[in-house]
Design a protein around this ligand. Structure first.
Ligand SMILES: C[S@@+](CC[C@H](N)C(=O)[O-])C[C@H]1O[C@@H](n2cnc3c(N)ncnc32)[C@H](O)[C@@H]1O
Length: 269
């Protein structure tokens, strides 16, 4: 029986990595100095091989000429997979412990969805907020590094497959069907401001009652994450909450000024 052939995992070549990081900054506007090199290197080489290119140098050279490959390269580096109500049990906790008390106890609230990808997260927040308090003003800032996902998010249009996490009653209430797709109603759209923003380079707005930053920092270095969590803390109002992805946590939480408040939630004391 023939044995399966596995492509070898490439060793990190620091010179080639530095060269690629410099080109990626010019080509895609991403600063890889704050990403974990070994993981990025493995992904980039896997991506190059899958496209029949010899290595990272060949990939960068081809991406300079080919806009579609450039976009696929950016999508691969930023990983923009997402869905509505991702990890529903975490959203249940957000609603019960934070969103509902805030909406019922305040005149208005401000929420930041940082790394919002195709907009599933800000629209999820908008739906939940409208269900709890139909008339309380809710301002959602939705940001991402990637202009392409942002412009698709801004359109508010999703295919049937992308709508998998949205129940029939929520579809009827918050979306309208346009041909085979679903479009978020103006009521939701009006709650969201879309903005390009790089968490590693741009200034952070403030204050927010809730900041969601979920499944964004997977490839950031520990130092970059710590700096980012400190800046999130400064951007939260006192008593505000940071909501992370289901598998994420902050190891040095007190050093960044936050206190744990249940799994994947952190409060500014
Ligand atoms: C996996 S998606 C997460 C989407 C959503 N938060 C969720 O949990 O489903 C990661 C998103 O983070 C964005 N991203 C990656 N690096 C970023 C950075 N430095 N600044 C802002 N957004 C970034 C990517 O473009 C991508 O859309």
């Amino acid at each position: 029986m023939a044995l399966p052939i596995f492509a070898p995992v490439p060793e990190l070549d620091e010179d080639a990595y530095d060269r690629m990081a410099k080109d990626v900054r010019t080509l895609l506007g991403i600063d890889l100095s704050q990403y974990k090199p070994a993981q990025v290197w493995r992904r980039v080489n896997g991506f190059a091989t899958a496209r029949g290119l010899a290595d990272a140098d060949a990939l960068v050279a081809r991406a300079g000429q080919d806009a579609a490959l450039r976009q696929a390269f950016l999508d691969m580096l930023t990983i923009n997979v997402s869905e509505f109500f991702r990890n529903p049990e975490a959203w249940d906790i957000l609603v019960a412990q934070y969103l509902k008390p805030m909406l019922l106890g305040q005149l208005s609230i401000r929420i930041w969805s940082a790394g919002c990808s195709l907009g599933y997260e800000p629209f999820t927040i908008a739906m939940l907020a409208r269900e709890i308090a139909p008339h309380t003003p809710v301002h959602i800032l939705a940001t991402d590094l990637d202009d392409t996902v942002l412009s698709r998010a801004r359109s508010g249009v999703y295919t049937e497959a992308q709508m998998a996490g949205v129940s029939p009653s929520r579809r009827t209430r918050f979306f309208r069907q346009v041909d085979k797709n679903w479009e978020a109603r103006p009521e939701l759209q009006a709650m969201i401001t879309w903005q390009r923003h790089d968490l590693l380079r741009d200034p952070y707005e403030r204050p927010f009652d809730i900041i969601c930053c979920r499944n964004v920092v997977i490839y950031f270095t520990e130092a970059a994450k710590t700096e980012m969590y400190k800046r999130f803390c400064e951007s939260l109002r006192v008593g505000g909450v940071l909501f992370l992805g289901a598998t994420e946590s902050i190891p040095n939480v007190r050093a960044v000024g936050l206190t744990p408040s249940g799994l994947t939630f952190y409060k500014r004391p």
